[in-house]
Design a protein around this ligand. Structure first.
Ligand code: GLC
Ligand code: CA
Length: 556
């Protein structure tokens, strides 16, 4: 079965690199990253070995949520460039065998989208039904208690017509009404327009939230969700060999298969977030996170590896533009920056699935260290700051939470070199650079063979050269071990054993009998590799993978 999948899905052995255009490279000195800035760095990405770029939104937008609020789906934001610049980027990427995934943000538009500007005018406007409107509650307040993900009610009052409109994110991001077939038709046409230009697919923003039923307070995973995704597939994706990944915070192992099971005709894979949310506080969510718990993390990762072992496909990621920097979140930036960043990369990239690297992760960029709320730019952080302070959280506690989990942690400018602002811009960046750019930057990484960047490059290459990494069966060991993550991947007579120490302590463990034996080291973040004999001592944040030749296992 894996053979037939491998022929069909060219992207199974590829690694995706996410670019947050605003913060990647500013080519004209206005302080904002742009499309030309990306085109200028395609050779850098080619050298890293990635096969696809996911571009966070580049479309016309008032930038209330940095482009996740689109006012024209078929034009480029002026600060990022022009359609011509996009076509040049696409063409230059194609020459280098790199595909481009666009961010499809169709749960909502901007309030400046012409559809919404029309819709809000009157109840009988032809575009009224593109959005979701309800009369006020008896007391004049919102129709029900649904809350926005960015804080406060999910309903805003529109004085012109005396009704409320629904928005799951900021009030400037009104939700589209997917129950209206005209809306769906417009979206499919737009998708086909981009696909016809030759893009490699889409990352689909909060796709689990499109089919809401607001009166019964269902927002995620609504009853008609899969009907819409199958229709979308028929109308846009079916005859094209593209990759689609849906952002689905609500996904469980069971529901994930509904999106990406082989006979479902919906998406290639989803981003699920269980490994992220298991770290959060019940009450304050990410604004007050729990201490890191490796046993819990392994249990979640293992559960997903098993759930999608024979059908569907996993996405693999530690970070993105909404999440903290991986090395700050799970690693040790002070004592073992290189070791922990490379260990984390190893532990993730040798799992089964498609790895996604978030820009800057490959050089070990760290969380921002903003101490004042004025340094933050993110609409969610600013809203939550106001609401949590009003509700009694202290400023210090909020800033501590933001230092760990604000989305701005991942949005500081890419650190290219030790020039001012890390070489990101010759002007003033839209958000402050992390002051550690003289130490952590691309140039320094490229010069050092043992750098984090070179480790990522090796991992990406391994996925292309070793089918066992792409298709091998996963098995976890030492589930309860508080320091080590140990797993194997097996395909036919080849087995890879992966051992990662998630802590700054040296840890000795006894190699299980069945894993003992000689092998070839595929990758390691330390020198002097040992054989898997009776006892092995793992140094702080050490990680390595050994390829062994075994008797053909009965299961395959
Ligand atoms: C997704 C995006 C996030 C955005 C939100 C609303 O979660 O990743 O950045 O704010 O959707 O579009
Ligand atoms: Ca610019």
């Amino acid at each position: 079965m894996s053979e037939s999948r491998s022929e069909k899905n060219w992207w199974h052995s590829a690694t995706v690199y996410q670019i947050y255009p605003r913060s990647f490279f500013d080519s004209n000195g206005d302080g904002i990253g742009d499309l030309r800035g990306i085109t200028l760095h395609l050779d850098y990405l080619k050298k890293l070995g990635i096969g696809l770029i996911w571009l966070s939104p580049i479309f016309k937008s008032p930038m209330d949520d940095n482009g996740y609020d689109i006012s024209d789906y078929q034009d480029i934001a002026a600060e990022f460039g022009t359609l011509r610049d996009f076509e040049e980027l696409l063409e230059e990427a194609r020459k280098r065998d790199i595909g481009i995934l666009l961010d499809l943000v169709v749960n909502h538009t901007s309030d400046e989208h012409p559809w919404f500007m029309e819709a809000r005018k009157s109840e009988d406007n032809p575009f009224r039904n593109f959005y979701i409107w309800r009369d006020p509650d008896q007391d004049g307040g919102p129709p029900n208690s649904l809350q926005s993900s960015f804080g406060g009610p999910a309903w805003s009052y529109e004085p012109a017509t005396g009704q409320y409109y629904f928005h799951q994110f900021s009030r400037r991001q009104p939700d589209l009404n997917w129950d209206n077939p005209e809306v769906r038709c417009e979206i499919y046409n737009m998708m086909n327009w981009w696909l016809d230009k030759g893009i490699a697919g889409f990352r689909m923003d909060v796709i689990d939230r499109i089919a809401k039923e607001v009166d019964s307070e269902i927002t995620a995973d609504g009853p008609r969700l899969h009907e819409y995704l199958q229709e979308m597939h028929r109308e846009t994706l079916a005859e094209r060999n593209v990759l689609t990944v849906g952002e689905a915070w609500s996904a469980t192992p069971g529901s994930a298969l509904l999106y990406c099971g082989e006979d479902r005709n919906e998406l290639s894979m989803v981003f699920q977030f269980e490994h992220v949310t298991q770290q959060w506080d019940q009450l304050y969510g990410k604004w007050r996170s729990k201490p890191f718990d490796l046993v819990a993390l392994k249990s979640v990762l293992g559960k997903w590896q098993h759930a999608l072992a024979n059908d569907g496909w996993n996405s693999l990621f530690w970070g993105n533009h909404d999440l903290p920097r991986v090395v700050s979140n799970y690693g040790d930036t002070a004592g073992y920056h290189r070791e922990s960043a490379t260990m984390l990369a190893t532990a993730l990239h040798l799992l089964k699935g498609t790895p996604f690297i978030y820009q800057g992760e490959e050089i070990g960029m760290t969380n921002a260290v903003f101490q004042r709320i004025e340094q933050y730019r993110d609409v969610e952080t600013l809203n939550m700051h106001r609401l949590h302070i009003e509700a009694g959280l202290s400023v210090e506690e909020f800033i501590a939470g933001a230092n760990r989990n604000s989305r701005d942690n991942a949005r500081t400018p890419m650190q290219w070199n030790s020039a001012p602002h890390g070489g990101f811009t010759t002007g003033t960046p839209w958000i402050e650079s992390n002051p550690n750019y003289p130490q952590i930057n691309v140039n320094q990484n490229l010069r050092d063979d043992r750098s984090i960047w070179n480790h990522y490059r090796r991992l990406i290459a391994l996925r292309k050269s070793e089918p066992v990494i792409v298709y091998g069966t996963y098995q976890g060991y030492f589930d309860q071990h508080p320091n080590l993550y140990v797993y194997t991947r097996t395909l036919g007579t080849r087995r890879v054993v992966i051992i990662a120490n998630f802590t700054a302590e040296s840890v000795t463990f006894t190699v299980p009998n069945e894993l003992r034996g000689r092998g070839r080291c595929l990758i390691s973040n330390y020198e002097n590799i040992k054989e898997l004999e009776s006892g092995v001592t793992m140094r702080p944040f050490e990680a390595f993978a050994v390829l062994q030749q075994i008797e053909r296992s009965s299961s395959c």
